[in-house]
Write a protein that binds this ligand. Structure first.
Ligand SMILES: *Cc1c(COP(=O)(O)O)cnc(C)c1O
Length: 379
């Protein structure tokens, strides 16, 4: 690239490994119908009211959006019964994660702490920002060892990330444990923000028992993240939000690109919030489908981790061969799930809850594959 020189921390980056797309698999295997249960998307699609809003606002695509998305912030403040000055919105919660790191941590001087494995955006954006990334291994059963996490924290640490329910395990500690973590963190490192990523919280059976955000008792040093990508069915639109300490929210708005939430995202997001029937149908379908998949996989001899999210982490029965082969055998049958080698879990698989027909097709395919494990290497 001529004389242009890329900074070392960017030169060392690998590209983000997303779930495979339906088009890629159709083309590769010559399939007409492909089921995607890989990226924790909404099994019912997008809300009809949201789709209608997208059509209604199409004529205004030539306009810039209003700066700062105040209507959306107000609607979200109402949803969670919090002060609107706390609410921020971004181009997916990914943008909020990235900005929080850049607002709070100085390259070469500060650190962040997160679990290993965890949602990959925290360590990746930390590295891109030149922040030291400290990782704390999860317990063997994917539980959180908050004592061990806090041992990584010192005066250089500016952010601690916790995902609850966790991705990829679905593990969801009680909210008292998260509140206790926030309190202890404030004692050890008063300058450090606890980021509680609740991307999947609305799928929990007992949201009010599990969510510190829903409890309304918001610690001064905690930020909460939610997203429209999962339960609201708008992953492709790119819309996420946060509930932050008010002073931090003010800095967020100063630092955010003025129009990163586009005009359709704002209008469609508002329409999705109003579609309470679709939302309830989504939560019912996911909770029911999660139980169906858990029971079906367990009956096939798989180990399935308890999940409060819209996906399940599982391992194949002993003797079933490598997880990678099962993943590829599913692909040949037109079903995409998520292998977890990028999470350094090569023997685990993650499946997103689909609709009733997709869940049944997945379980049937798994039964066939486990009855006659296929040999590796022929794709
Ligand atoms: C899917 C997901 C998000 C949402 O990201 P968006 O940028 O809002 O699509 C955030 N955190 C975790 C842990 C996730 O799995």
């Amino acid at each position: 690239m001529s004389e242009i020189s890329v900074v070392p921390r960017i030169r060392e980056l690998d590209a983000y490994a997303p779930g495979l797309s339906i088009a890629e698999i159709q083309q590769k295997y010559g399939l007409s119908r492909v089921i995607k249960m890989a990226s924790n998307e909404n099994p019912l699609g997008a809300s009809p009211l949201a789709q209608e809003a997208a059509r209604r606002h199409a004529p205004f695509l030539f306009r810039y959006p209003q700066g700062g998305n105040p209507r959306l912030a107000r609607a979200l403040a109402d949803l969670h019964a919090v002060d609107p000055r706390r609410v921020v919105v971004g181009n997916g919660s990914d943008e909020i994660i990235d900005l929080l790191i850049r607002i709070l941590a100085e390259p070469g001087r500060h650190s962040l702490a997160c679990f290993d494995p965890c949602f990959s955006i925290y360590p990746i954006q930390g590295r891109i920002s030149g922040i030291e990334v400290r990782r704390c291994p999860l317990g063997k059963d994917f539980s959180f060892d908050f004592d061990a996490l806090l041992r990584l924290v010192d005066q250089s640490t500016r952010l601690v990330f916790v995902t609850t329910p966790d991705n990829p395990s679905g593990c969801c500690p009680p909210r008292e444990a998260v509140a206790d973590l926030a309190g202890r963190l404030a004692g050890i490192a008063p300058h450090c923000l606890l980021v509680v990523d609740e991307a999947y919280m609305d799928f929990a059976e007992d949201e009010s028992g599990a969510s510190l955000l829903a409890s309304g008792a918001l610690p001064d040093n905690a930020a909460f993240l939610r997203t429209f990508s999962k339960s609201w069915g708008l992953a492709g639109l790119r819309l996420g939000y946060g509930v932050l300490p008010p002073a931090l929210a003010d800095y967020f708005w100063r630092a955010r690109l003025p129009f990163s939430v586009n005009i359709l995202a704002e209008e469609v997001g508002l329409a999705a919030l109003a579609d309470t029937a679709f939302r309830q149908a989504t939560l019912d379908a996911v909770r029911q489908g999660r139980a169906t998949l858990r029971d079906g996989l367990t009956a096939l001899g798989c180990t399935v981790w308890p999940s409060a999210a819209n996906f399940l982490l599982f391992q194949l029965p002993p003797g079933a061969g490598p997880a990678r082969n099962c993943f590829e055998a599913l692909l040949r049958r037109g079903i995409i799930i998520r292998p977890l080698s990028s999470y350094k879990l090569p023997e685990h698989l993650r499946v997103s809850v689909g609709d009733a027909a997709e869940n049944a097709a997945f379980l049937t395919a798994m039964r066939d594959i486990l009855a006659a494990p296929e040999t590796a290497g022929h794709i």
